[in-house]
Design a binder for this molecule. Structure first.
Ligand code: DOR
Ligand code: ZN
Length: 343
């Protein structure tokens, strides 16, 4: 096969930031994706409907002129989130989901949830009105090893919520483990996003032969057996699994730092990488399900009308960095030639 045409893809987990960074990196996503779920972890976070409306306006203003890109907004769940505000934001179609960060789990998560009993009313409301919850699934207990935080979160936090509110639509964001993939596949109303980079790297890529800050993200990449489980899930065609790149730009100074920020920036080359990965696994026929069909089905949204054609040929060169007004951002290096070009 040398050309592949699929419905236009969406990105079900994306960090666009704000200001000069937003302006610099939004074209990278808008070039290939029709829609994206926009993460609310700005400083300060997007916690109210008013915040989300204003952030959406800033994104629309930063959009390239010829682009039809549609941001799908989220609210950042806090223990103070008002039910009335949540309902109103949902009713007017302003938000597509609510994001749950355990307090302290990742970049800008200080306002997240410390005690899950304190968001029970909010979650009940969401289950009633059909508003999905996107979950950053890692415990923050300092006694739990960073490589075990996802699996422990599933047992201690996610499963009790899942049992109490079986109707609540939950997206396990950026799963990194076999446990995550198995849990999502086994439970109703539970989907899971998988990033591009977690299909490509395992923890050796971060640590062997010198520390590679551009491969550091959260949840951190795990052992090879987990990467293989994610590849199997993503390429399976199972509607549980869909693309959420978690493309998360930080300027190089903050990545290449004594205390480097978490995040891989994959917006630029994601579709070429995915085509390469799916071809390696003899699964090009399920790329469309993963990137373009399963996400809308989970969220109850229409599939995009347009198509994207990928063509196989000589390796495609992508820029090493994207220049933004905030500073340079390094593009994820998949350490393999990419033969599939988006036409
Ligand atoms: O690697 C990550 N970067 N993981 C997250 O959960 C947050 C993100 C960011 O905002 O930089
Ligand atoms: Zn993220």
């Amino acid at each position: 096969m040398t050309t592949l045409t699929i419905k236009r893809p969406d990105d079900w987990h994306l960090h666009l930031r704000d200001g000069d960074m937003l302006k610099g990196i939004l074209p990278e996503t808008a070039r290939h994706f029709d829609r994206a779920i926009i993460m609310p972890n700005l400083i300060p976070p997007v916690v109210t409907a008013k915040d989300a409306a204003e952030y959406r306006d800033r994104i629309m203003a930063a959009k390239p002129d010829n682009s039809d890109f549609k941001p799908l907004m989220t609210l950042y769940l806090t223990e103070q989130t008002e039910i009335k505000d949540l309902r109103a934001a949902h009713e007017i179609g302003l938000i597509t989901a609510v994001k749950l960060y355990p307090a302290g789990a990742t970049t800008n998560s200080a306002s997240g949830v410390s005690d899950f009993r304190n968001v029970r009313r909010q979650l009940e409301t969401m289950a009633q009105i059909g508003l999905p919850l996107c979950v950053h699934g890692e415990v923050t207990d300092p006694d739990i090893d960073i490589f075990d935080r996802e699996a422990v979160f599933i047992d201690r936090i996610l499963d009790p919520i899942r049992r109490e509110l079986p109707e609540l639509k939950i997206v396990m964001e950026h799963i990194t483990t076999k446990q995550g993939a198995d849990y999502a596949a086994a439970h109703a109303n539970t989907g899971a996003t998988i990033t591009t980079h977690h299909l490509v790297i395992n923890r050796n890529h971060i640590l062997v032969g010198g520390i590679k800050p551009h491969y550091y993200c959260l949840p951190v990449a795990k052992r090879e057996e987990h990467r293989l489980a994610l590849r199997k899930a993503a390429t399976s065609g199972d509607p549980t699994f869909f693309l959420g790149t978690d493309s998360a730009p930080h300027i190089d100074d903050l990545k290449e730092h004594a205390c480097g920020c978490a995040g891989c920036f994959t917006a630029t080359n994601t579709m070429s990488i995915l085509a390469e990965v799916f071809e390696q696994d003899d699964a090009l026929d399920t790329l469309e399900a993963f990137a373009s069909l399963n996400g809308p089905a989970f969220y109850g949204l229409p599939v995009n009308e347009g198509t994207m054609t990928l063509t196989k040929g000589d390796p495609v060169a992508y820029p090493e960095k994207i220049t933004t007004g905030a500073g340079p951002v390094t593009v994820f290096d998949p350490q393999m030639p990419l033969h599939w070009r988006v036409s």
